[in-house]
Design a protein around this ligand. Structure first.
Ligand SMILES: Nc1ncnc2c1ncn2[C@@H]1O[C@H](COP(=O)(O)OP(=O)(O)OP(=O)(O)O)[C@@H](O)[C@H]1O
Length: 239
């Protein structure tokens, strides 16, 4: 589905991403982890053709994303607040996305029903512009906006960050459900190892722009991730 081919990105001659080959098959839930500055957002920005690579390319359904915008018809994403239209109210923003994607009123209502608990009493009927919502609630608006376009590929950068614990748990359930029911290809980055292990079938660790681990999720994955990011604690636990 998504194929990374010799992808390189540098800023001021410093290489921040360097991935030889990475294949994300259709229907996979793919988790991306790595310390601050590891290159996670850069990789997502390259996949979404928001920045230009210095070398290599990203293919979506075998077509280079920088050469043809076909992929935009089936890809939903939310990386940051820059993806929002901040002078609209949430309902106007959602209707705008629904209209350009041919989502019917009934389909949109079904999404509202599914996301009622996730939204709580915080998002709808507030008579407030997107820009006036809290960071966490803006994130909820952005995630919902990415999902209602009914994409085949969903890309979310740190979706759990800024969300309260109940919302994090609800989001995990919603993502798992979407992935199972719609065979969604999901690319999600997170610093929360528990959450990412729970929603991903596969987890890639980036370090200084390079893939250093590529794991298929099992019962041992969380321990392996914790061991990687906190090796001293893992050694102590063993002794
Ligand atoms: N526009 C830019 N100009 C210069 N350097 C940049 C730019 N964008 C990203 N970088 C650098 O690229 C590297 C990778 O950044 P990136 O945001 O992809 O990391 P990340 O893994 O998403 O980090 P975090 O977990 O902190 O969000 C960092 O060193 C960052 O400073």
């Amino acid at each position: 589905m998504i194929h990374i081919d010799n992808l390189g990105k540098a800023y001021n001659a410093v290489k921040v991403l360097d991935i030889e080959q990475l294949e994300i098959p259709q229907g996979q839930s793919f988790g991306l982890v790595g310390n601050n500055g590891a290159g996670k957002t850069t990789l997502f920005r390259l996949i979404l053709d928001l920045i230009q690579a210095n070398s290599g390319q990203v293919l979506s359904k075998n077509i280079a994303v920088h050469a043809d915008s076909q992929w935009k018809n089936y890809t939903g994403s939310f990386l940051d607040e820059g993806f929002l239209i901040d002078f609209l109210k949430p309902e106007e923003y959602f209707k705008f996305i629904a209209d350009i994607n041919g989502v019917t009123k009934e389909e949109l209502q079904a999404f509202y029903n599914d996301f009622a608990d996730f939204f709580g009493d915080e998002i709808l009927n507030k008579n407030k512009y997107v820009r006036d919502f809290s960071k966490g609630n803006q994130k909820k608006i952005g995630i919902f906006g990415a999902i209602i376009s009914q994409p085949e590929v969903l890309i979310l950068d740190e979706p759990f960050a800024n969300l309260d614990p109940s919302s994090q748990i609800r989001l995990k359930m919603l993502l798992k459900d979407l992935h199972q029911k719609k065979n969604l290809t999901m690319l999600i980055s997170s610093h929360d190892l528990n959450h990412i292990a729970e929603v991903s079938e596969r987890i890639v660790i980036l370090e200084k722009g390079q893939v250093v681990k590529d794991l298929f999720t099992s019962n041992d994955t969380l321990e392996e991730l914790e061991g990687y990011f906190n090796p001293e604690a893992a050694v102590k636990a063993e002794s």
